[in-house]
Write a protein that binds this ligand. Structure first.
Ligand SMILES: [Zn+2]
Length: 166
């Protein structure tokens, strides 16, 4: 295992991002433990290849016993929310399109010329908007696409906020 290899640093790692595999079938590259659902993608200036590891090793590598668990919990919350997302009550705009206001965003989905569905996110505070150019087969898929887009934008925003306070 990598913990025993001389060229692998033990401390000073940074987590770039975490992936939720959805099911526990990942493997920790540091200790070899299997059945990992959340993969922490770790990087180190003295180890350019990086390592994909589980939470327990991420804690040791970062020397931080709070943040790695919180990252996993954030992803768990997102996964649970995504499951409930389609059950929310979407309103209908004057143009006849389903829309939702949440998390500081105005989200609308609409039918496109070729019968596919698209979506648009607008940040209420700034007016910044993103139109999803993908073509979804139905309204539910477009709603889930909008959810993923919203989470992406929220993460980007919180990452830039965290960066500026460093
Ligand atoms: Zn491990």
């Amino acid at each position: 295992m990598s913990w025993d290899q001389k060229n692998v640093p033990h401390k000073g790692w940074i987590c770039d991002f975490v992936t939720d595999l959805g099911t526990p079938d990942g493997r920790c590259a540091m200790c070899g433990r299997e059945e990992i659902r959340f993969v922490h993608h770790m990087s180190h200036e003295d180890y350019p290849e990086g390592l994909d590891v589980g939470c327990v090793c991420a804690e040791k590598m970062e020397d931080d016993y709070v943040t790695p668990r919180r990252r996993e919990q954030d992803l768990r919350n997102v996964a649970a929310r995504r499951k409930r997302w389609l059950l929310r009550k979407w309103k209908i705009s004057q143009a006849g399109n389903p829309y939702l206001k949440t998390d500081g965003f105005h989200i609308v989905i609409f039918k496109q010329g070729d019968d596919s569905w698209g979506g648009k996110l607008t940040e209420v505070e700034t007016g910044f908007s993103v139109t999803n150019k993908r073509r979804y087969r139905n309204a539910d898929e477009a709603k889930l696409g909008a959810f993923d887009g919203m989470i992406f934008l929220k993460n980007k925003r919180s990452a830039s906020t965290a960066g500026s306070t460093r």
